[in-house]
Design a protein around this ligand. Structure first.
Ligand SMILES: [Zn+2]
Length: 289
């Protein structure tokens, strides 16, 4: 199995760009820390993978956050990706959906009645948000719709997560193809044709095909790699960040916490790391020292 990597390429005489990511370890990392059941692993895995691809498309963007609120039993799914890291969580990780085959549809679990919100944070700290309606809850179609609706950019997205019988992640990855301005009609039809007959991404990942070999299948060799870098699950949470968030809550609530006489303990939703804010820290926050 190849290490988690994102590869960028220009394809068909630079008329389109293609990003491919392998994210098996990244998704497995999220699954094992958050003890997710299969449909939750697949859904979150697709959102994590999608967020990495979306950040990979950007220039001068520090991070892309995806919030999926589809109204299904999984609840809200959230992911934030920087160029080469991603973290995310799913509100209800213990959702079970009976299935008779290996490929679980996420549409029902995610829901298709709600919104997908994309927040892009620029390197200078400014950010902008856009949202669109969820179409299917299968995530890949929803992201393609987002690009068409909110950014007027025709985009194809493939996202795939498969699960072992022991519930661990077997394969995870994704491909994103975006047409560049003035892409000729014949190339658009060619890409559509190629994607129609494209094998299951999970099968290719299982066969250990390299990114170059997979891109070759889509482009018949008409591509050039522009960048390649490792990606991983990473949560930047620290005790300091938690302290900072405590500074935003009303002073009288801090006073009650101090009165309680106990340290405040919190567990990060993303990486399940425990952070303890001691009574002394609380007093410092209270007196704004
Ligand atoms: Zn964390």
């Amino acid at each position: 199995m190849i290490k988690d990597t994102l590869t960028k390429a220009l394809i068909f005489d630079k008329h389109a760009r293609l990003l491919i990511v392998t994210s098996t370890e990244t998704v497995e990392n999220a699954r094992s820390t958050q003890t997710l059941w299969p449909v939750a692993s697949i859904s979150l895995g697709k959102v994590l993978t999608g967020a990495l691809l979306m950040t990979g498309l950007e220039k001068n963007i520090a991070s892309v956050s995806l919030r999926i609120e589809g109204g299904g039993p999984l609840g809200t799914i959230l992911a934030t990706a920087t160029k080469d890291t991603v973290r995310g969580y799913v509100e209800n990780g213990e959702v079970h959906i009976a299935n008779n085959n290996q490929s679980l549809n996420t549409g029902f679990a995610v829901g298709n009645n709600g919104t997908i919100t994309v927040l892009k944070e620029q390197i200078d700290g400014s950010h902008f948000t856009s949202a669109c309606e969820i179409q299917t809850g299968e995530i890949a179609e929803d992201l393609a719709f987002y690009y068409l609706q909110s950014e007027q950019t025709p985009t194809s997205v493939i996202l795939s997560v498969t699960i072992e019988t022991d519930n661990s992640v077997k394969t995870a990855g994704g491909i994103l193809i975006q047409l560049l301005p003035n892409c000729p009609e014949d190339i658009i039809s060619l890409i559509e044709e190629k994607l129609k007959t494209f094998p299951q991404l999970s099968t290719l990942l299982q066969k250990n095909l390299s990114h170059e070999q997979i891109i070759e299948l889509i482009t018949d060799g008409n591509y050039q790699i522009t960048e390649k870098y490792p990606v991983s699950f990473f949560c930047p949470c620290t005790k300091e960040r938690f302290v900072k968030s405590l500074k935003t809550i009303p002073r009288k609530e801090i006073r009650l916490m101090i009165k309680d006489g106990k340290d405040i303990e919190t567990i990060c939703n993303f990486c399940h790391q425990k952070h303890i804010v001691e009574l002394e820290d609380l007093k410092k926050i209270y007196f704004r020292r």
